[in-house]
Design a protein around this ligand. Structure first.
Ligand code: MN
Length: 278
């Protein structure tokens, strides 16, 4: 049975990284494309509820039919999986993003949150991002990252993914023969250098940009940041369960007994045991 693959991204439906990904995915199944009609980078996990969503048809540089939605990447995945297309999808792949999505980036990333929306739809999701060196100008070769995406998606189609799990794949900015291989990683530490840039509009009112230098990272071994700095493709399994299990016991030692509601124990021991069991 041929597989139905939904391709999306957050750089916009006409981004060259999406075309490279779609062309690679065509080797693995039937490809359908629905992605934002503009750049949504940094848009996070969005569900648009306060306005209508519209979809327009596009054609990519190689003539491929694609669809562009005016919502976020996660809205596009929701549209696609809730019935915009007749197809039932086997997998959602998002990318290839221009710029790595490492550490805490995943909470901002439209690329990664599109794959999170796949999980919510009950489908395997894979996010693929290409590291771009700070200050890089000129064309970008998506070839090696497309091959890495093919490797990851082929594996997911063969093995499936555990429930509540997506893959966050990050590819170093290297030539194909310079890439050292794949590494299974955990989220590392991104270091943000955001600075508030206050300016004044022509009417004398202040306005703001969140500016500053590009984020860096701590290249610790075993992490996504570390793998990229060693020349490896980083594969991080992510889950949507954000519960901080390590914090449950300690926070349960605080006083949760309201003296006014002295009969009520808001956090019963049994609920803590249940939370820790996972
Ligand atoms: Mn992006």
């Amino acid at each position: 049975m041929t597989k139905n693959i939904l391709v999306t991204n957050d750089d916009g439906v006409l981004a060259p990284g999406l075309l490279a990904l779609a062309q690679e995915m065509r080797k693995l199944g039937t490809v359908t494309i629905l992605a934002p009609d503009r750049n949504w980078s940094g848009g996070g996990h969005v569900k648009t509820l306060d306005r209508a969503l519209r979809v327009r048809e596009f054609h990519l540089d190689d003539g491929t039919q694609a669809f562009g939605g005016d919502g976020a990447p996660s809205d596009c995945v929701a549209l696609a999986t809730l019935g915009y297309f007749k197809e039932k999808f086997d997998l959602v792949v998002s990318g290839i993003n221009v710029g790595a999505n490492l550490g805490h980036d995943v909470t901002y990333s439209g690329t990664v949150t599109a794959a999170m929306e796949a999980v919510i739809a009950g489908l395997p999701g894979v996010a693929v991002s290409l590291e771009i060196p700070d200050g890089h100008v000129g064309p970008i070769d998506f070839g090696p990252s497309a091959l890495a995406a093919g490797m990851a998606v082929r594996n997911v189609l063969q093995h499936g993914l555990p429930a509540d799990t997506l893959l966050n794949v990050n590819v170093p900015f290297l030539k194909q023969d310079e890439i050292q291989g794949f590494r299974m990683t955990r989220q590392g530490l991104r270091v943000y250098h955001s600075r508030l840039d206050e300016r004044v509009d022509p009417r004398g009112r202040p306005y703001y940009w969140i500016g500053g230098e590009a984020p860096t990272g701590v290249p610790e071994s075993g992490t996504d940041v570390g793998a990229l700095s060693d020349g490896f493709v980083s594969v991080t399994p992510l889950q949507l369960d954000l519960t901080a299990y390590r914090a449950v016991s300690e926070i349960n030692t605080w006083n949760w007994h309201d003296p006014i509601l002295s009969e009520v124990s808001l956090l019963r021991p049994s609920s803590v045991v249940a939370a820790e069991k996972q």
